[in-house]
Ligand binder design. Structure first.
Ligand code: XIL
Length: 302
């Protein structure tokens, strides 16, 4: 195969990218998008602040632009993200208690219903666990509504779109020895044992020198898969350049391919200049849209 998407399909997987609606008019960007990727995630356009800027007034224009562009090109879409402590609309940031719980559940229900049948997998809850050694939940307005807010969000999402896979998505959960990884693992184990609807776990996998690709990355993916969920690499970027960056991309790709239930990989942007990272060159294409060594190593590993 000569493209990332076609190469991933050889093993029944997908290869996706984050897409920004504001870049769809850039023909270099769209050319690479259409050619290389078979899964799309809206980088910001399906988040809570974008889709419900005023309470109970929903706004789907930019999300639809990305979704329709992808679907017209035969690509699938990952939904990101229904409930998160970050990028909440202003009206939600100051809410608490039952009012916030109900607003969050209404948001999950409305957005998942609007997109019903069109989303391969939803990141139902994003980044709900704390960094550091506690292994517990992150403090947030949503967490303060009660520890069961995550399962409530998953149940609402299942009711709204029974055909979408429902994922929990987080970062710094790649190292099996990390307390945060263990905390998420125990939550997924608990959800599976009690029948809370969860189908997948997303590993953002934003790697850099402070947070390198862990040696036990494949073990982490496999241990989660062994709980009976799919695993997906959802926001991959790796700081660096040249052959060292290429070898890290190779390791991540091979780790996914070695885990039967690792269903796909998404990179968090197309060209280095599209990256959310303030500096650096973490992606597979350079600023001119040329394939980097990292691209070739991924294509060869798939
Ligand atoms: C980032 C986007 O890439 C930026 O454009 C935006 O300013 C902030 O959010 N974890 C996530 C993603 O789940 O939604 C974040 O995306 C990156 C970290």
């Amino acid at each position: 195969a000569t493209t990332l998407g076609a190469a991933a399909q050889q093993s029944g997987r997908y290869f996706g990218t984050a897409v920004a609606a504001g870049r769809l008019g850039d023909s270099t960007y769209t050319g690479i998008l259409n050619r290389e990727f078979d899964m799309v995630t809206a980088e910001n356009e399906m988040k809570m602040d974008a889709t419900e800027p005023n309470q109970n007034q929903f706004s789907y224009g930019n999300g639809d632009r990305i979704l329709n562009q992808a679907r017209n090109q035969g690509k699938r879409v990952r939904g990101h993200a229904l409930a998160w402590h970050s990028q909440q609309p202003g009206w939600m940031q100051n809410m608490s208690g039952t009012a916030l719980r109900n607003a969050m559940l209404n948001h999950v229900t409305q957005v998942a219903t609007y997109y019903r049948g069109k989303i391969y997998a939803w990141d139902v809850v994003n980044e709900a666990f704390a960094d550091g050694s506690s292994g517990g939940r992150r403090d947030s307005n949503l967490q303060r509504t009660g520890n069961d807010w995550i399962e409530a969000a998953f149940r609402a999402a299942r009711a709204a779109d029974p055909g979408a896979k429902l994922c929990y998505n987080d970062y710094n959960t790649d190292d099996w020895s990390h307390a945060k990884t263990q905390g998420v693992y125990r939550m997924v184990q608990d959800f599976k044992s009690r029948g809370v609807p969860i189908d997948c776990v997303g590993f953002q996998s934003h790697f850099n020198s402070q947070s390198p690709v862990p040696s036990n990355y494949q073990t982490t993916l496999q241990n989660f898969a062994n709980l009976g969920v799919d695993v997906q690499i959802t926001e991959l970027d790796i700081e660096g350049s040249g052959s060292s960056q290429a070898s890290n991309y190779d390791r991540v790709t091979r780790a996914c391919l070695a885990v039967t239930r690792c269903t796909g990989i998404t990179v968090w942007g197309i060209r280095d200049t599209d990256s959310w990272r303030a500096s650096g060159t973490p992606l597979l294409f350079d600023g001119n849209g040329n394939k980097k060594a990292a691209y070739t190593s991924v294509l060869n590993a798939l």
